[in-house]
Design a protein around this ligand. Structure first.
Ligand SMILES: *Cc1c(COP(=O)(O)O)cnc(C)c1O
Length: 217
């Protein structure tokens, strides 16, 4: 089932990419495995999908002990007291949402002599449940974070609000792309989930984070 799901996703990615004249290989898929079993993770890795996304440090840590050959992505809100373990296990942290958190990640990275790759999360909608920098504060924050010795900023991430009509998510993705173009055109865009990845790709996504469309249905 997972194999067929991924094949279908690949076809959908290819179709969007053909439409907008982008090479499908530009798009990387992070398989979001929160709540999924070790067997399911092993299966996607076996199919060649080694980018694994988790949203809780504790759960990721348990899986990290038993899964080999993955590249680990932290995609959920990170509490300061979990940064030590997060820096130990994650290759890329997509959810840096405050300068204080960035400083704490940097402090932990220095201790183990690691350069930690990070992505800054942008809060594009008003939902109170969302984390991230609001667009007006992003530039100053990015300047501060880019000064930190053991962090390497790779891009911007956003989670679009759930919309009845998925086309309405477009403006959130397009805003983040504009912010990226202004701050650093080389940065990657981590945006798009099961319900909206095609629109995210049309708006310039480089990394899409997929859970349900891979593991369900
Ligand atoms: C759960 C989650 C995803 C994947 O969501 P699906 O709708 O299952 O594709 C992507 N990004 C984040 C931050 C998540 O928490």
């Amino acid at each position: 089932m997972i194999k067929e799901n991924i094949e279908r996703v690949r076809q959908r990615i290819s179709a969007v990419c053909a439409r907008i004249n982008v090479c499908p290989h530009k798009i990387s898929i992070v398989c979001v495995t929160k709540g999924r079993t070790l067997e399911q993770i092993a299966q996607v890795i076996g199919l060649g999908y080694k980018d694994i996304g988790e949203n809780r440090v504790q759960e990721a840590s348990e899986k990290h002990k038993q899964i080999f050959g993955a590249k680990w992505h932290m995609i959920g809100h990170l509490q300061s007291n979990k940064t030590k373990e997060a820096v130990r296990i994650f290759d890329l942290i997509h959810s840096v949402d405050s300068v204080g958190l960035a400083r704490e990640i940097n402090r932990q990275a220095i201790k183990i002599n690691k350069t930690q790759d990070v992505i800054l999360e942008v809060k594009t909608s008003e939902e109170k449940t969302k984390f991230g920098f609001v667009p007006v504060e992003l530039q100053d924050a990015a300047i501060e974070i880019c000064k930190l010795s053991n962090l390497s900023v790779k891009g911007l991430m956003t989670i679009a609000p759930l919309m009845e009509n998925s086309q309405e998510t477009r403006k959130y993705f397009s805003l983040v792309r504009k912010l990226r173009d202004r701050l650093n055109p080389r940065w990657l865009l981590s945006m798009g989930m099961s319900d909206d990845f095609e629109i995210a790709i049309e708006e310039g996504a480089d990394i899409i984070r997929l859970g349900r469309v891979i593991f369900e249905g």
